[in-house]
Design a protein around this ligand. Structure first.
Ligand code: DX5
Ligand code: ZN
Length: 226
């Protein structure tokens, strides 16, 4: 299993001071910042687009922006997100039929490519070819669209399946993740934990990030003994 990566979701931050909120989490030891881009079409909400990402990047040149694109036309925003300083671009399987083309487009803009599946989508849609060409696989553990929803443990079966088939990939879980279920997520095979409410809402975000990381590190250590 790949190394632990903790990616706080900015949806739970004070969006009126987004750059500072990102910096605060970087100072608290996170690895990536999870930027939830919603277009009001793939999901009902609208959050932010490339112009905002660009300012966050200008203010935090060391940031790794893990862009979760909840958008109906994933190919459309690739050039702008790349120009804005995004590092990875994760789009939804449900949003397109041209998965391989979108992955190739993302790579041609020097971004890492992520492929996300919503709770109703089976992990079997991620074929060997698609899974191998993506850099990250995202299993949603809530329905995309809002922060602060209840974690859906039944989605972890899909994490298990993907970890078996793609042992070296970054496998991300997103939605309702926190210290209370991080061990379960890691044991299923997730090494990239996204947490919004649990981190931004914590009294001590540094401690919470540490707990999330420890959950993944413990599983990695356990597996290396086997
Ligand atoms: C949901 C978003 C998530 C969400 C996570 O559509 O993709 O990233 O903000 O937030 P919490 O951890 O609060 O569920
Ligand atoms: Zn997200």
């Amino acid at each position: 299993m790949s190394k632990a990566i903790i990616s706080p979701s900015v949806l739970a931050s004070d969006l009126s001071k987004l750059s500072d909120e990102c910096k605060r989490m970087m100072d608290n030891g996170c690895d990536w910042l999870h930027m939830d881009v919603m277009d009001g079409n793939f999901v009902p909400n609208i959050t932010m687009g490339a112009p905002i990402l660009e300012w966050v990047y200008k203010n935090n040149p060391d940031i790794y922006m893990d862009c979760h694109m909840m958008v109906a036309d994933p190919a459309k925003w690739v050039p702008e997100v790349a120009k804005a300083g995004g590092k990875s671009y994760t789009f939804h399987y449900e949003a397109t039929e041209n998965h391989q083309d979108v992955i190739d487009l993302i790579h041609s803009h020097n971004l890492k490519a992520g492929l996300a599946i919503s709770p109703e989508t089976s992990s079997s849609v991620i074929t060997e070819a698609l899974g191998n060409s993506a850099d990250l696989l995202l299993v949603m553990t809530v329905r995309p669209g809002h922060g602060g929803q209840k974690f859906m443990p039944e989605c972890l079966e899909k994490v298990k399946d993907l970890r078996e088939r793609f042992p070296g990939k970054n496998i991300q879980v997103d939605g309702g993740v926190g210290p209370g279920n991080a061990c379960q997520c890691a044991q299923a095979g997730s090494n990239v934990l996204v947490a919004g409410t649990a981190v931004f809402g914590a009294k001590d975000p540094k401690q919470t990030i540490h707990e999330l990381r420890t959950a993944v590190d413990d599983v990695i250590a356990e597996k290396s003994k086997q």
